[in-house]
Design a protein around this ligand. Structure first.
Ligand code: ABU
Length: 522
């Protein structure tokens, strides 16, 4: 018979107050977890499961808080029996359970239907199971011999993604990487190697001044990667965008010509499918024409927008992506796969391997008894690599491409809904007048003191403070979370994004009501 549950985690109040904890008899031995399979191990994991499951239930309870905010110094000082301090002596497992509970208690519920702060949100139950299984397998993605199933799954998923981008059967390579920034870095790395293979051995000193182009609204990772790769941030040339945040092909061509005139060597253009703030899609066909004309590598950063390839209704927004030489796509964003899950796709086979391989003979022995083409670890800039692919594979099994399509369409419908609501609310103003292309919708809240007064520089300066002030109150109250930022000359505005299939229209209504409630004294 199973021993009684030792912690009353099903009791919401007990969770909140830390009361009714009967944990004294849980473990007699400090040797745990040396002998798996014995009662203490099972009990410990059952208790952990209860803690996690209770957290999940509260997360999806629309009336629970999104966060219980504390300042860094408060966390460092310790909170109600929760201390971050580490000591030389082991702590009892009872305390470890409480630490797990409290870690979640003071974390942000990114799966809460009212969490609108980040491009990745939600918590898919099958994806979560995938993450648990991955952690249980606890292996490394560098060789087939220690990750046979996961390596084959990665191969299958990369092929699926190539197909969705529109590459032919003979095209397509890639690797899962730790996030969009690293995937974008790979694209520059491999493009530079394609045009200047000597860089691998001789370094940047052997190269002329090379420059790359990306839009003013693109992700900051291109500058970061250029700094890391020794290209230099000054050699990242920003291309102007139109009022919707789309790269202007005319400015791209003009800046390529100018760079050439100045003696620089253009080699790479990154276009964006779903910019971070506006959610804009660049005109890929026009950009591809220009890349073709000047012999440049074309990358598409579809970290955010790639998911739309699964939607028959919205995939036209990525028309032309198949002409890209490389694509970044983060299933942990629109596809709702638990963090992290990002892929760099490269059209030309073999380039990633040639660019990055070091052939360490203790690991990638060519005379193994199986097809060593599946020892994919030398394609990467890492050695050890986490298994990010299984949760995506499992989710795909569980919902199929059609299931992803439904959840993605639903998120786009929510964006359309809030856009329409905002148009009718007199205390809010849309930053962009057009229907959203992606799930980003940007807007200002205009507080009473700024209504019906002349607008100008001073007014803008006051409006700039509104979003940050409301956000500060919002964090203290913990009822909802949304991000804000300035853009160019535009004062701070809110950006709502939808990627959580659990969000409903009532949560969207709540968001706007909450902003009004928190801002109506400003
Ligand atoms: N890497 C872009 C993520 C930004 C965001 O979640 O808002």
């Amino acid at each position: 018979m199973r021993e009684k549950a030792l912690i009353g985690f099903n009791d919401e109040e007990a969770m909140k107050d830390g009361q009714h904890l009967d944990i004294s008899s849980l473990y007699a031995s400090d040797l745990f977890p040396a002998r798996t399979g014995e009662k203490p191990t099972e009990l410990f994991l059952e208790q952990i499961f209860e803690i996690l499951f209770s957290y999940i239930k509260r997360t999806y309870d629309g009336n629970s808080k999104v966060l219980d905010f504390h300042h860094p110094h408060q966390l460092l000082d310790g909170l109600e029996g929760f201390s971050l301090e580490l000591s030389d002596q082991p702590e009892p497992l009872e305390q470890i359970l409480v630490d797990c509970r409290d870690t979640l208690r003071y974390s942000v519920k990114t799966a809460h239907p009212r969490f609108f702060n980040q491009l990745s949100s939600g918590l898919d139950m099958v994806g979560l199971a995938g993450e648990w299984l991955t952690a249980t397998a606890n292996t490394n993605m560098f060789t087939y011999e220690i990750a046979p199933v996961f390596i084959m799954m990665e191969d299958i998923l990369l092929k699926k993604m190539h197909e969705m981008v529109g590459w032919t059967e003979n095209e397509g390579d890639g690797i899962f990487s730790p996030g969009g920034t690293i995937s974008n870095l790979y694209s520059i790395l491999v493009a530079r190697y394609k045009y200047f293979p000597i860089v691998k051995t001789k370094g940047m000193a052997a190269l002329p001044r090379i420059v790359l182009f990306t839009s003013a609204h693109s992700h900051y990772s291109f500058k970061k990667a250029s700094a890391v790769l020794g290209i230099g941030t000054e050699n990242v040339i920003a291309i102007n965008c139109d009022e919707r945040g789309k790269m202007m092909p005319s400015d791209l061509e003009a800046k390529i010509l100018k760079a050439k005139d100045e003696g620089s060597i253009p080699f790479y253009v990154s276009a964006t499918a779903g910019t971070t703030v506006y959610g804009a899609f660049d005109p890929f066909e026009n950009i591809a024409d220009i890349c073709q004309k000047y012999g440049l590598w074309m990358h598409v950063d579809a970290a955010w927008g790639g998911g739309l390839l699964l939607s028959k209704k919205h995939r036209f927004k990525l028309n032309g992506i198949k002409r890209a030489n490389s694509v970044t796509w983060n299933p942990h964003k629109m596809m709702g796969v638990p963090l992290q899950c990002s892929a760099i796709l490269v059209r030309e086979k073999g380039l990633l391997q040639a660019c990055n391989e070091m052939c360490a003979d203790y690991l990638f022995q060519p005379d193994k008894h199986y097809n060593t083409a599946y020892d994919t670890g030398d394609k990467t800039i890492q050695c050890g690599r986490h298994v990010d692919v299984f949760k995506l594979w499992l989710m795909w099994k569980a919902k199929g491409a059609n299931g992803f399509e439904l959840q993605i369409n639903k998120c786009l419908e929510l964006a359309s809904y809030i856009y329409k609501v905002l148009k009718t609310r007199e205390n809010f103003e849309l930053v962009l007048p057009n229907e959203p292309e992606h799930t980003n919708v940007c807007f200002w809240y205009i507080p009473p003191s700024l209504r019906r007064v002349p607008r100008g520089k001073e007014w803008n300066a006051k409006l700039h403070k509104v979003a940050s002030t409301i956000k500060a109150h919002m964090m203290e109250e913990g009822t909802v979370m949304i991000g804000f930022q300035p853009l160019g000359e535009k004062p701070n505005f809110f950006r709502v994004v939808f990627s959580n299939p659990a969000t409903k229209k009532s949560d969207v209504d709540f968001l706007l009501e909450e902003i009004e409630r928190l801002g109506n004294n400003l």
